[in-house]
Design a protein around this ligand. Structure first.
Ligand SMILES: [Zn+2]
Length: 166
């Protein structure tokens, strides 16, 4: 059909995303890389489109029909169904590898993370963590605390591969 509405991917200066309900892992990866990414299990198509338009967010979905809606202004049809390939795909499509800011956003809730003094949160730490780590970040929205544990080191090397595009 020639009159079919085709969504085009536009790239605003500040990349913001909204992922559909099937792309939770991808949303976490994008947050890990510091990109503002909305994702909630309860979003329906209409909410996703409304939020995308209102907040100038790129819709990420594997659902062609969602992007066919005439209201959609900006979106990308995700091809891969493997999360680690999806994140590479998005970074490539949005030319965003150079914009990665690791560990600046909470992977759970998309809130902004800020450094927090150890003494301020010491009673929330497990003994092992308390003994072995001194630098912490806290999510300004949900209060979750992050530190450079073994999980963090694995994510860091994953991010290095994303940055270099390998
Ligand atoms: Zn959070």
């Amino acid at each position: 059909m020639t009159n079919e509405h085709a969504t085009v991917l536009r790239l605003p200066d500040e990349l913001r995303f909204i992922a559909d309900v099937h792309l939770g892992r991808l949303a976490r990866y994008l947050r890990m890389c510091g990109f503002d990414t909305l994702f909630e299990q309860y979003y329906d198509d209409r909410e996703i489109i409304d939020l995308s338009v209102r907040e100038d967010r790129i819709i990420l979905t594997r659902d062609k029909d969602l992007l066919k809606s005439k209201k959609v202004r900006n979106g990308h049809l995700v091809h891969s169904d493997v999360p680690v390939e999806q994140i590479r795909e998005i970074l490539c499509a949005c030319d965003a590898a150079g914009k990665i800011k690791p560990f600046t956003r909470c992977m759970e809730c998309n809130g902004v993370m800020e450094p927090v003094g150890k003494e301020e949160i010491i009673d929330r730490l497990m003994p092992m963590t308390r003994d072995h780590y001194d630098e912490f970040k806290r999510c300004c929205t949900c209060g979750r605390i992050y530190w450079e544990g073994s999980h963090f080191i694995r994510m860091k090397s994953f991010i290095m591969t994303l940055k270099s595009g390998t």
